[in-house]
Design a protein around this ligand. Structure first.
Ligand SMILES: *Cc1c(COP(=O)(O)O)cnc(C)c1O
Length: 352
C-alpha cells in the first residue's frame, strides 16, 4: 500500500493466475494448457513474420483475423471482435455491456476473474449457487439483472449447460446481455454461435489458448450481433488501438485455417479424458462429467489439498481451490496419455 495509490487500486482484489513454475520436468496439469502444441503451420507463419515488418504497427482492426474467425464460424466479420486473449475481451465486455444499475448474475462456482472485473469496473453482481450436482439451473436466474455471464462448459466443474437452456435464458431475458464464455467449447460441448443471428442479446467469447494450444500468443475473440461488437470496438479504441501484434495476427490466422491439426489434437484430448476418467474412477474418485480439457474430481476418503501436495512432491501439479463447496475437489488438466498414466500411477501409490 502506498499513498500514491488511487482509492480504486487500494480496493482491488486482483486475480491469481495458476502457477507457472520455473522448473522444467514437471507434469503441469494445473492451467488447462494443451499438451499437443500449436499447429506447425502457425509456427511457420510466426517465423515468417519475424523481420523488418515488425518496424510497422499492426493492422489495428486485425481484419485478416476477423475474416478467418468469421469464415470458420459461418458468420460475417462485423460479428467478430478480437482481443489480446479472451481475458482482455471479457474485461471490455464488463465495461461495454455489463455495467448497469442492476447487478449482473453469475454462478457461485465459476471463473474467478468475473468478480475481479466487477471490482475493477464497479459492476454490481450477485452470485447464483450451482445445484447440488454443480449444474446451472436457469430457473435460478429468473430475477431482474444487468446481464448474465457464465462459462460453458463451466470452469472449474467442466459441466455443460445444454443449448436449449441457453436459448430459453436468452428469450427470458431479452433486455439483458447473456455472455457465454466458451473457452473450452471445442472439447465436446455444443457452441451457442448458431444462436447469435436470432438473439441480439447473445455474446459468445472464445479463445485460442486451449483448443488451439496458443495460450502464449494471447488471442481471444467474441461473436455476436454487430451492435454488441460495436460496443466492444468503442471500448477497445478508447484503451489500446493495437491489442494484437503482427505475430499474434498471423499465428492466429494460420492456427484457425489449420483445421486438420485442430481436429486431430482436440479429438486426442477428448479420448484421453475418457480413459483418465475410467482410471480415476477405478481408484475410487468421483469424477464430474466433463466436456472440457480438464476433469473435476474428489476422493471420498482423502483430503484434496493433501493429495495435491503429495502429487507435487512427485513433480505433478494440479489445481486446488480453497473455496467453499469445492475445497475437496481437484481440477486436473487432461494431458497426453503418457502424462495421464503417470498421474494415475502416482495417485495409486499415494492412495495405498
Ligand atoms: C482460460 C480461460 C479464459 C481466458 O483465456 P485467455 O484467452 O487465455 O485469456 C477465459 N475464460 C475461462 C473460463 C477460461 O478458463
Amino acid at each position: 500500500m502506498s499513498r500514491f495509490w488511487s482509492t480504486l487500486v487500494r480496493e482491488l482484489t486482483p486475480y491469481t493466475p495458476g502457477e507457472q513454475p520455473k522448473l522444467t520436468n514437471l507434469i503441469k496439469l494445473n492451467t488447462n494448457e494443451n499438451p499437443y502444441g500449436p499447429s506447425p503451420k502457425a509456427l511457420e507463419a510466426l517465423r515468417a513474420e519475424v523481420g523488418d515488418s515488425l518496424r510497422l504497427y499492426p493492422d489495428p482492426n486485425a481484419e485478416r483475423l476477423k475474416t478467418a474467425v468469421a469464415e470458420f464460424n459461418g458468420v460475417s466479420p462485423a460479428q467478430i471482435f478480437v482481443g489480446n486473449g479472451s481475458d482482455e475481451v471479457l474485461a471490455h465486455v464488463f465495461l461495454a455491456m455489463l455495467k448497469h444499475d442492476r447487478p449482473i448474475l453469475f454462478p457461485d462456482i465459476t471463473y474467478s476473474f468475473y468478480p475481479v472485473y466487477c471490482g475493477l469496473y464497479g459492476v454490481a453482481h450477485r452470485t447464483v449457487p450451482l445445484t447440488e450436482t454443480f449444474e446451472i439451473d436457469i430457473a435460478d436466474y429468473a430475477r431482474p439483472n444487468g446481464g448474465i455471464i457464465f462459462p460453458n462448459p463451466n470452469a472449474p466443474t467442466g459441466r455443460q449447460l445444454p443449448l436449449s437452456n441457453i436459448e430459453r435464458l436468452l428469450t427470458e431475458h431479452p433486455d439483458s446481455v447473456v455472455v457465454v464464455d466458451e473457452a473450452y467449447i471445442d472439447f465436446g460441448g455444443e457452441t451457442a454461435v448458431p444462436l447469435i443471428d436470432r438473439h441480439p442479446n447473445l455474446l459468445v467469447v472464445q479463445t485460442l489458448s486451449k483448443s488451439r494450444s496458443l495460450a502464449g500468443l494471447r488471442v481471444g475473440f467474441a461473436l455476436g450481433n454487430a451492435n454488441l461488437i460495436e460496443a466492444l470496438e468503442r471500448v477497445k479504441n478508447s484503451f489500446n488501438s493495437y491489442p494484437l501484434d503482427r505475430l499474434a495476427i498471423v499465428g492466429a490466422v494460420a492456427a484457425i485455417e489449420d483445421r486438420a491439426w485442430f481436429e486431430r489434437t482436440r479429438q486426442a484430448v477428448i479420448e484421453s479424458r475418457g480413459r483418465l476418467t475410467v482410471e480415476l474412477e477405478r481408484l475410487g474418485f468421483q469424477v464430474l462429467p466433463s466436456v472440457a480439457n480438464f476433469i473435476f474430481v474428489r476422493h471420498p476418503d482423502r483430503d484434496a489439498s493433501e493429495l495435491a501436495q503429495a502429487l507435487r512432491t512427485r513433480s505433478i501439479i494440479v489445481r486446488h481451490f480453497k473455496q467453499p463447496r469445492i475445497e475437496q475437489f481437484l481440477r486436473i488438466t487432461v494431458g497426453t496419455d503418457a502424462q495421464c498414466q503417470t498421474l494415475a500411477a502416482a495417485l495409486q501409490e499415494i492412495l495405498t
